[in-house]
Write a protein that binds this ligand. Structure first.
Ligand SMILES: Cc1cc2nc3c(=O)[nH]c(=O)nc-3n(C[C@H](O)[C@H](O)[C@H](O)COP(=O)(O)OP(=O)(O)OC[C@H]3O[C@@H](n4cnc5c(N)ncnc54)[C@H](O)[C@@H]3O)c2cc1C
Length: 456
């Protein structure tokens, strides 16, 4: 019998398992990848350093490939840019994962590599065990535990199999995701000049509808992590297709790795905990809805959940009541900001190249404001308010109106997730209806089609 079974050895599962094992709990970590592939992940590999400050630890130098001075964002015509300050790092993703894994194993985590989670075994309205299968071997195994964490990524393996009336089972819309594709390329022509010190984002709705394309330099500009994300929608945009059409010809070189993946870009799950389970990382959408960065925030969610779970285990009672503090803490730390940024994300996804270009040309927003927007939840409304009061907007009344709307709804969404977040689990369903209603209202206002719910 384990104290906790964690499903998925991505950054979220690795951090959760380490946090629990170092507190002395017996933890099983189930991962379908073989040992030698743990750590691999199709990703832009860029993380803001502020996440490590929150986590209270820093990765070793050997996994860091570059230090960024900030993020540079280019307009659709690539003739205007905004520099967003804030130190970041580009990690060697596999080595970073391997380092996290070693840390977990050293703390005593028991790894089930090459094991696929199949299904939960439910009893008495909680999870008693999970059924797993070792790849290439006959038969299945049952792992029993006092608690279970779903850290299985954007298509959550456990969460989608628990009873639908558990609020943790909430189903997203397809437009709550971006579809990504990227290559890591040893560039024929290494990057030169200032740009090689920045993670570079290009706004262009033709190349990346409902997302952006990026060039994240590595190894002093000799290597580029180049990719794009597009909204998953009824239009059926294909990131790989757009990558080959628009980006590949621009960046000749030797391909080190190429791959695709999906990225949740929405507010967090209404609750990270229910009964004796929790969800963290992409499985709980703990990602920044605007830029899709989720490495840091996945690990932060894992840290918060592990702290409350260990307290509940200590008390000898694991359920949504003893775990509820995880929601309160996560909403304060990151979730409420995500909720506001989810509104901003939809607003941005409705803009075309002409409007985006105009925003850059008129210098409607500064790099400092974007930095604040990206790091400090409570300031979001204030910043959008400053933008709105800009006199330049008077010549574009329709934009002014839409900015006022986005500001108001961002503010309402943040308030709902912060001050009005239910103090006790019994109020969650009523609160969820209010959240749904607010987002539905905003979508209707801007004519945003959410598409169908995801087909799982
Ligand atoms: C193209 C792309 C670019 C990105 N760029 C960035 C970026 O630059 N910066 C940033 O911060 N974030 C970025 N992200 C997002 C970031 O990668 C994720 O938010 C983060 O890695 C999520 O970690 P996770 O542990 O929740 O999930 P994952 O890393 O997906 O880990 C889930 C693990 O669960 C395992 N698993 C799944 N199902 C099962 C099962 N049934 N049984 C056993 N194991 C299972 C998987 O094999 C996997 O190892 C990007 C994502 C994509 C797709």
């Amino acid at each position: 019998m384990y104290d906790v079974v964690v499903i998925g050895a991505g950054v979220a599962g690795l951090n959760a398992s380490w946090e629990l094992a170092r507190r002395g709990y017996r933890v099983a970590l189930v991962e379908r990848k073989p040992l030698e592939e743990i750590g691999e992940k199709t990703c832009g590999d860029a993380i803001g350093v502020h996440h490590f400050e929150t986590l209270g630890w820093h990765p070793p130098e050997k996994v860091i490939e570059i230090r960024y001075r900030g993020v540079k964002i280019y307009s659709p015509r690539e003739d205007h840019s905004i520099v967003v300050p804030g130190e970041g790092v580009g990690v060697h993703r596999k080595k970073f994962g391997e380092w996290l894994l070693k840390r977990s194993l050293d703390a005593g985590v028991e790894l089930y590599a090459s094991h696929v989670f199949l299904s939960p075994i439910l009893g008495d309205n909680r999870i008693e065990a999970v059924r797993v299968k070792e790849i290439g071997r006959p038969g299945t195994k049952e792992l029993r535990a006092r608690a279970f964490i779903d850290a299985s990524g954007a298509s959550p393996a456990l969460r989608k199999q628990v009873p639908r009336e558990w609020p943790i089972a909430e189903r997203p819309f397809i437009t709550d995701y971006n579809l990504g594709f990227r290559e890591i390329i040893e560039l024929e022509k290494p990057l030169e000049g200032e740009d090689k010190h920045y993670a570079i984002i290009y706004m262009n709705t033709e190349i990346a509808p409902g997302g952006y394309w990026w060039l994240f330099p590595k190894r002093g500009g000799e290597v580029g992590n180049i990719g794009l994300g597009v909204i998953w929608s009824r239009e059926g945009y294909n990131p790989r297709h757009n990558y080959y059409r628009y980006l590949k010809p621009r960046f000749p070189g030797r391909v080190i790795h190429s791959g695709g993946g999906i990225i949740p870009t929405r507010r967090p799950l209404p609750t990270l905990v229910w009964r004796n389970m929790a969800a963290v990382g992409d499985a709980a959408y703990t990602v920044n809805p605007v830029h899709g960065g989720g490495i840091g925030s996945s690990m932060e969610a894992a840290m918060v959940v592990a702290k409350h779970l260990s307290e509940a285990l200590e008390k000898g009672r694991v359920d949504e009541e003893t775990l509820w503090g995880a929601n309160i803490d996560y909403m304060r730390l990151y979730g409420a900001k995500q909720a506001g940024l989810d509104i901003l994300r939809m607003f941005l996804q409705k803009l075309g190249n002409e409007e985006l270009q105009w925003i850059f040309e008129k210098k409607l927003v500064s790099g400092e404001q974007i930095y604040e927007l990206g790091t400090k939840a409570s300031l979001a409304q204030e910043i959008v308010r400053n933008i709105v009061s800009f006199t330049k907007l008077l010549r574009k009344p329709s934009m002014l109106k839409r900015l006022i709307q986005v500001r108001d709804y961002m503010s309402k969404a943040e308030k709902l997730h912060l001050d009005e977040y239910p103090a006790k689990p019994s109020d969650i369903h009523e609160w969820m209806s209010r959240v749904e209603k607010l987002y539905e209202e905003y979508r209707a206002l801007i004519g945003f089609d959410p598409g169908p719910r995801v087909p799982w």
